[in-house]
Ligand binder design. Structure first.
Ligand SMILES: C[C@](O)(CO)[C@H](O)COP(=O)(O)OP(=O)(O)OC[C@H]1O[C@@H](n2ccc(N)nc2=O)[C@H](O)[C@@H]1O
Ligand SMILES: Nc1ncnc2c1ncn2[C@@H]1O[C@H](COP(=O)(O)OP(=O)(O)OP(=O)(O)O)[C@@H](O)[C@H]1O
Length: 283
């Protein structure tokens, strides 16, 4: 067993997202199609024989102890009782708080990577249950496959989606996930549908219930969405602020990305069904 692992932490898009209810604890019941994409942060986890957990590359704006990577490592230490520690480093490419799930994915990669490095032998189910304490999106990254999700995002059914090219833009505004979920005007009573219905409907019928309220509260998101929709069907991911447009070809995506890049931080990514983390861990 090597004493160091370098692993990807990919982003996700919510190809559709319906809000079908609200639980007593305030969390919302969702129905969503998660798609993993080929845009990733890169993490290196190095074994320490003492119990220290140390993030050697601080993430700007996030205190060491609040960082989801550090919290994931400490959670796994507590749950397993291990006396081992780790140094963590990150090459951050994913925008933070953009609806791409970067923080949750970082946490999932730390949980799955340290499980291997520390030779704990925990199952994916056990890691996903632990990860849910850190964020609603951690389980899908642990399971590492595009999925239909219900509950608050933890009841997962693996699905195979089309794998188009996406242009993803960040409308340079920070959207607060808790504020959107607290908004009195948020649609939270969409009628539940079956997974089969969601998949049959296909992309032309997919929508994100957060999109109207995010567009209303953040005019820069509305403006960017209008701009992107001229070129291809476009949608908000999660609670934003990132938007994605869907293309059949890489060439078409790159042409629009070139224009978008003149106004906003822009990425081109391909939809995947299996997470690169699975490949890297040899699962
Ligand atoms: C909207 C999604 O992006 C869809 O993928 C995610 O469910 C959000 O996941 P996340 O950013 O990891 O969110 P968390 O850190 O778990 O929750 C942030 C806050 O959003 C609200 N929240 C989140 C998820 C959910 N299903 N219902 C909620 O009401 C809660 O107020 C929570 O305190
Ligand atoms: N390693 C980390 N990377 C990114 N954000 C982190 C990390 N650790 C803690 N955070 C905090 O978590 C917040 C949410 O980050 P994240 O990138 O997961 O949001 P998101 O893309 O909106 O995710 P979601 O789609 O789950 O809403 C950040 O604004 C930041 O304060």
């Amino acid at each position: 067993m090597s004493a160091s692992l370098t692993l990807p932490a990919p982003a996700k898009l919510n190809r559709m997202l319906h809000i079908v209810g609200r639980r007593d604890d305030g969390y919302h019941e969702l129905q969503t199609l998660f798609q993993i994409i080929d845009l990733s942060d890169r993490l290196t986890l190095t074994l320490r024989e003492d119990r220290e957990i140390h993030l050697t590359t601080p993430v700007s704006g996030v205190a060491h102890e609040d960082n989801l990577m550090v919290r994931a490592a400490r959670l796994l230490q507590r749950a397993s009782g291990t006396t081992q520690g780790a140094n963590l480093t990150i090459e951050k490419k994913l925008p933070m708080g953009g609806g791409l799930g970067g923080g949750s994915s970082n946490a999932a990669t730390v949980l799955a990577g340290l499980n291997q490095l520390w030779q704990l032998g925990l199952s994916s189910e056990a890691l996903a249950t632990l990860g849910l304490q850190l964020g609603a999106d951690v389980p899908v990254f642990i399971h590492g496959h595009s999925a239909w999700a219900e509950g608050i995002g933890e009841k997962l059914t693996i699905v195979t989606l089309d794998t188009p090219w996406f242009v993803i833009i960040h409308p340079s505004v920070s959207v607060s996930t808790p504020l959107i979920f607290q908004d009195p005007e948020l649609t939270r009573d969409s009628r539940p549908i079956t997974m089969a219905r969601a998949l049959q409907g296909g992309a032309s019928e997919w929508r994100n219930d957060c999109e109207a309220i995010v567009s209303k509260r953040y005019p820069l998101v509305a403006e960017a969405l209008d701009w992107l929709t001229q070129y291809a069907p476009s949608r908000l991911t999660g609670t934003g602020a990132c938007l994605f447009a869907t293309f059949e070809s890489e060439k078409a995506a790159r042409a629009v990305a070139e224009l978008a890049g003149q106004r906003w931080p822009t990425w081109v990514a391909r939809g995947l069904n299996i997470s690169p983390l699975q490949d890297a861990l040899g699962c």
